[in-house]
Design a protein around this ligand. Structure first.
Ligand SMILES: C[S@@+](CC[C@H](N)C(=O)[O-])C[C@H]1O[C@@H](n2cnc3c(N)ncnc32)[C@H](O)[C@@H]1O
Length: 254
């Protein structure tokens, strides 16, 4: 099972590298507003969907081709008549041109090849109306001048342990892809990649949620072994891993 779905199965709801703290900073800069048409790529179990829907947007569309998070996500969406899930790939959403004001995606580009990252960014660009915002939160590599071989080496080590093709990039490389797509970057930020550190788990899930997660991990030795291995990899590469976030705008004339 892919690492993020294992964590979700054990009760974890925040599955992105920079935690809820980086999500909150990202959303603050993306400024979702009442009346916005919002699209979320790869919503997982819907933690960010809840935050976005609290703003009472005119429309919220979740795009996810995988069924693992669907029932948890639908429990949130069913409280909002303007929200729906489309079972589709972010590379080809089927949504109309210029039909969104804000596209959000967290921890879903990092698992794609560079070519697919660009295809997904182009799809975000296409569905956004001129002036629309694209907010992303992904896995990053530091230092900024890390060589391509170094970036590939870390990606390989991580992919083995989390069982997902992890393909993080440096901040300049993420920026380059956004700009190649046609976006203008308005905000960028980083946070430590502490997804599996106890302090971060408590901050992400709250004391009750964290206690439930720790309890579920403790009583499942196979899952515990996997999670410890994932955390070991994250700790080994701590100096070179980080979470990155950007808000980029589709120009008014493009
Ligand atoms: C690591 S989880 C992150 C979930 C959530 N965004 C979060 O940060 O907690 C990756 C999510 O991206 C979705 N995903 C993977 N590939 C996708 C694609 N090509 N198009 C849309 N969603 C995708 C997965 O199904 C999953 O919901």
């Amino acid at each position: 099972m892919q690492g993020h779905w294992l964590l979700a199965k054990l009760g974890k709801r925040v599955l992105r590298p920079g935690g809820i703290e980086l999500t909150k900073r990202l959303i603050e800069h993306a400024k979702p507003a009442a009346g916005d048409r919002i699209v979320e790529f790869g919503p997982g179990v819907g933690r960010t969907a809840s935050i976005l829907l609290e703003q009472q947007p005119a429309e919220y569309v979740a795009i996810d081709p995988n069924p693992e998070g669907t029932s948890a996500l639908m429990k949130i969406l069913e409280n909002y008549p303007q929200a729906r899930l489309e079972c589709a790939d972010a590379k080809e959403t089927g949504l109309d041109d210029a039909s969104a004001d804000l596209v959000v995606g967290e921890a879903m580009l990092s698992m794609q090849s560079d070519e697919d990252k660009l295809t997904i960014m182009k799809e975000a660009f296409r569905v956004l109306a001129p002036g629309g915002r694209y907010a992303i939160h992904e896995l990053g590599i530091r230092p900024d001048d890390a060589s391509p071989e170094f970036v590939k080496g870390i990606a390989k080590a991580l992919s083995r342990s989390i069982k997902v093709g992890a393909r993080p990039l440096t901040v300049p490389l993420w920026s380059e892809l956004l700009e190649e797509t046609g976006f203008e970057i308005e905000y960028s930020d980083t946070n430590p990649m502490h997804l599996l550190e106890p302090k971060r788990i408590i901050s992400d899930e709250g004391p009750k949620g964290a206690a439930k997660f720790f309890f579920n991990v403790a009583r499942n030795p196979a899952a515990r072994k996997r999670i410890m291995e994932m955390r070991k990899q994250f700790r080994t590469h701590d100096d070179n891993l980080q979470a990155v976030a950007f808000v980029a705008r589709k120009p008014l004339a493009s």
